[in-house]
Write a protein that binds this ligand. Structure first.
Ligand code: ZN
Length: 212
């Protein structure tokens, strides 16, 4: 793990298919309940660190997402009580080896490579931000906008997601929740620079390198 990271989670809990348009672009239906998967803490890198493309994959894609950092332990909490336990919002890139996600029946390999979870550049508390539903996320590659999403377009809103997770596993301080990717995911090539911006939070910028 990079020494410059803003977070040291015990786990990263991600929500799949949380924007209807993104579910559609990958040929999936919108799930009835939040679809959860984990990324390992070892995948976390900081703003500026390189995303390393593994030789095992021929197609690695960006997923710019709104990240939630937990501030206080959450266990079996109702949705309306979750937000007081949130430390803040952070930009997150749920980097995914799409070919391996399609070929493997579960996603640990596709989502879990080292450097596959850029997080940063800072954590901004909720009281310094507009209302949660108004948060936006934009993902650019080499300056071109690839993804744009708004929290109000999420299938499951953030408090619902946090409550749902907390009824399955205890969320610890520092844990990260990746709230899903808007439509527009696409490939990353060596030499690219990928940016995830949440207006009011900042811009997370990472170069892309080929692994050995
Ligand atoms: Zn994702």
């Amino acid at each position: 793990m990079s020494t410059g990271t803003t977070v040291t989670p015990t786990k990263i809990v991600c929500v799949g298919r949380n924007y209807a348009e993104h579910a559609k672009e990958l040929g999936n239906v919108v799930p009835e309940h939040p679809l959860l998967f984990l990324k390992p803490p070892s995948s976390v890198i900081a703003d500026g660190d390189p995303i390393v493309l593994p030789s095992m994959s021929q197609r690695v894609e960006h997923e710019g997402e709104i990240g939630v950092v937990i501030g206080r332990r959450l266990r079996r909490v109702d949705a309306d009580a979750t937000l007081s336990a949130v430390r803040g919002i952070v930009c997150l890139n749920d980097v995914t080896a799409r070919d391996l996600q399609r070929s493997d029946s579960q996603w640990t390999r596709a989502k879990g490579f080292d450097t596959f979870c850029p997080v940063g550049p800072r954590i901004v508390p909720l009281d310094a931000l507009p209302p949660l539903a108004e948060l936006e996320v934009v993902c650019r590659v080499n300056g071109t906008v690839r993804q744009q999403g708004r929290a109000s377009d999420m299938v499951f809103p953030i408090p619902h997601i946090l409550s749902y997770i907390s009824h399955i596993m205890t969320l610890e301080p520092g844990d990260l929740v990746a709230t899903g990717s808007p439509a527009g995911v696409g490939p990353l090539e060596p030499g690219d620079v990928v940016e995830v911006e949440i207006p009011g939070v900042g811009v997370l910028r990472n170069p892309v390198e080929r692994g050995s």
